[in-house]
Design a protein. Structure first.
Length: 274
């Protein structure tokens, strides 16, 4: 039986094995999909051990998407543009193909939820690998994105990475507090790992209102801290990232097996596990 895995730190909370089990059952494909905890500074060793033991495909989650990118011998166009990798496939038992399915997975989920349109003004919280992987598909869809991050320079570096592409800019956190009453955001996306840590990124309360869509890339057994905070301050239209997780996983599954699962049915079935 072919073996696949998800690599990350933390990894205990990952729902990927459940999702891929549902994909396998739906498509009739036999596969073994496991979680692998990776100590920091030990990513390459874990990946090579996995491959040497017969692993042929994997998903990569925080905080190793940049490292996965550097490890790959071949990159899809999506991965090249994103500069981070969340999916790998072993080719001819030697070469590692890297892809990024985060951006298309997120865009599909946002469109399914009717949280986005081509003129959406998006506030993106975070400038790490998770944020980097989703920017280009949203820009290509037509959206405007403003990045805020604890470290302003990291946000600016992300702008430079995308060659100062139109409709992408970065604000200092203190400037967001000064200008929040002059800028209207249609969608706020939390791409930081604060929800996994039980924390909340500090943004102005006044940018939250009943018409703003609030989306957390991460998910929890209950409502995430970010979404709970948004709801307490007036947000009515919220979603965690479980839909994105399922959609991006489907593109990973397609890369490995050449079959695209029916995600709408999987999202319905997934709810039975929670």
């Amino acid at each position: 039986m072919k073996t696949f895995a998800v690599f990350g730190n933390p990894i205990k909370q990952s729902k990927s094995p459940i999702i891929h089990k549902l994909f396998a059952k739906q498509t009739g494909i036999l596969q073994n999909y496991i979680k692998i905890y990776v100590e920091k500074n030990n990513f390459n060793k874990k990946i090579f051990n996995f491959i040497q033991n017969g692993g042929i495909g994997a998903n990569i989650t925080i905080p190793f998407k940049h490292e996965a990118y550097k490890l790959c011998n071949i990159l899809t166009k999506r991965a090249q543009q994103a500069g981070v990798v969340n999916t790998i496939k072993v080719i001819n038992s030697k070469k590692i193909l890297g892809d990024n399915t985060d951006g298309i997975g997120l865009l599909k989920d946002l469109r399914n939820l009717k949280f986005i349109n081509p003129t959406s003004n998006i506030l993106l919280i975070g400038a790490g690998g998770a944020a980097q992987g989703i920017i280009l598909p949203l820009i290509k869809f037509g959206c405007n994105i403003t990045i805020i991050n604890r470290t302003y320079e990291r946000g600016k570096n992300l702008i430079k990475y995308f060659n100062n592409i139109k409709n992408l800019n970065c604000l200092k956190l203190e400037d967001l507090f000064k200008k929040y009453d002059k800028i209207k955001y249609n969608l706020i996306i939390n791409a930081t790992s604060t929800s996994l840590m039980g924390n909340i990124f500090n943004i102005p309360v006044s940018i939250i209102n009943p018409d703003v869509f609030c989306y957390d890339l991460y998910y929890n057994f209950n409502i995430t801290p970010f979404l709970k905070w948004c709801t307490l301050h007036g947000a009515r239209k919220i979603s965690d990232g479980i839909g994105m997780l399922i959609e991006q996983a489907a593109y990973s599954f397609y890369l490995w097996h050449g079959i695209m699962p029916n995600t709408k049915k999987i999202i319905k079935k997934y709810k039975k596990y929670n």
